[in-house]
Write a protein that binds this ligand. Structure first.
Ligand SMILES: Nc1nc2c(ncn2[C@@H]2O[C@H](COP(=O)(O)OP(=O)(O)OP(=O)(O)O)[C@@H](O)[C@H]2O)c(=O)[nH]1
Ligand SMILES: [Mg+2]
Length: 370
């Protein structure tokens, strides 16, 4: 078996990356590609003594090499995809093999540790930390015990756990909220008001926003990509029409659409069409700082994106709409598609009366390595 190379640090931008070479011949393989700067080579006696040098084609990257033994070596190089690739490619050319951690082989705690690193809010991080310290695993074991007893409780427990995936699968990815409405109603002003800074261009010219404009923010601690879109109207301008097409695509993918109407202008047929097209969208009657020009029989929330009226309340309402019943602290959550697939198959097996098969599926979920 040739020695393996594994990148221990997360993908992406970082000051330093750590690469581990393990197995018989590891230090020999590193010594082959290492060009010392101090003149002291990687000798085979001074373990744990850091050596500074270069690895990689051309100038290569500056690295620090530390060998714990002949079979266990760490290389610290600059973080970032290109620097890591320089070092790893050289090691592979020297006969080592790249170890790609298969995502299916991680335990629930390892998966949670990975996801905590990508959590963008304290709230989502805290739910993932609960899984890291065993909330999901404990619930899965309770289900395993119920199945082993062939208890009728099993199905209810499984279904309860499956229901947590709608939140769990969003903890890292977040939600998408799109702002829709006809031109000039104040969509871009609303995006800026919710964001707290001027991200999107606001102007009295109808048709200002052409492409969609997104930003990452959070409501009630839930991460959201908030997207401002082109005002919806039939347009002969090909650029504006392309913007409207993109707006449709963004709105179709959104978890929540906020429909903005202009309270200072009479309701138009286009407004009514939009109300019919987005029956679930909260309707925001904007420009309430100006005299109102309509009182339709609609349930609306009055806001002024310009002056800020109702914006803080709207931010809270968005968070509560996305997650109407937030889980208590320490609740188990299915937070990866792997968990959902596993639980769905356990559910099907129990329903078919295959109790032994269900226990096996649970054990595979808990111990994917074995
Ligand atoms: N008085 C008042 N004016 C507002 C309010 N919100 C937006 N406006 C004004 O309305 C005009 C249009 O605002 P935008 O935010 O650019 O409108 P939009 O819906 O993004 O327009 P398009 O990008 O063209 O679709 C600007 O002149 C804003 O200053 C508000 O709450 N009150
Ligand atoms: Mg706009």
């Amino acid at each position: 078996m040739p020695p393996t190379v594994a990148v221990l640090t997360a993908d992406g931008v970082g000051a330093v990356a750590v690469i581990r070479i393990a197995g018989e011949g590891a230090l020999r393989a590193v010594a082959e590609v290492f060009r010392s700067i101090s003149g002291r080579t990687l000798d085979y006696s001074a373990y744990s003594r850091p050596r500074f040098g270069r690895i990689g084609d051309g100038l290569g990257d500056e690295v620090v090499v530390v060998a714990a033994s002949d079979e266990d070596v760490e290389i610290h190089c600059h973080g970032g995809t290109a620097a890591v690739a320089l070092v790893v490619d050289s090691l592979v050319a020297a006969g080592t093999v790249r170890e790609s951690a298969s995502p299916d082989l991680l335990s629930i705690a390892e998966e949670a540790a990975e996801d905590v690193a990508h959590a963008t809010t304290l709230r989502t991080a805290s739910h993932l930390l609960d899984q890291l310290i065993g909330a999901l695993e404990a619930r899965v074991r309770t289900i395993e015990a119920a199945i082993s007893r062939r208890s009728d409780e099993a199905i209810g427990l499984i279904e309860g756990l499956l229901a947590t995936s709608s939140l769990g699968l969003r903890l890292v990815e977040g939600w998408k909220v799109a702002i829709a409405g006809r031109p000039n109603v104040g969509k871009s002003r609303l995006l800026n008001a919710l964001a707290g800074f001027d991200r999107s261009i606001v102007s009295p010219t109808a048709g200002t926003t052409r492409d969609y404009v997104g930003l990452r923010t959070a409501f009630e601690g839930w991460p959201v990509e908030l997207v401002d879109t082109a005002g919806l109207r039939a347009s002969v301008d090909p650029i504006e029409a392309a913007g409207v097409e993109r707006a449709h695509a963004v709105q179709a993918q959104a978890d929540l659409v906020l429909l903005v109407l202009d309270g200072s202008q009479p309701l138009t047929d286009e407004d009514r069409e939009l109300i019919a097209r987005f029956p679930d969208a909260p309707i925001l009657k904007n420009k309430c700082d100006l005299p109102t020009s309509w009182n339709a029989d609609l349930s609306v929330t009055e806001i002024s994106a310009e002056r800020g009226d109702g914006i803080a309340e709207l931010a809270v309402a968005i968070g509560r709409t996305l997650v109407p019943t937030p889980p208590a602290q320490s609740s188990p959550l299915l937070f990866r598609k792997r968990h959902v697939r596993a639980m769905q198959s356990v559910h099907a097996l129990v329903q078919n009366g295959d109790w032994l098969g269900a226990v096996e599926a649970i054990q595979r979920m808990l111990r994917p390595h074995s």
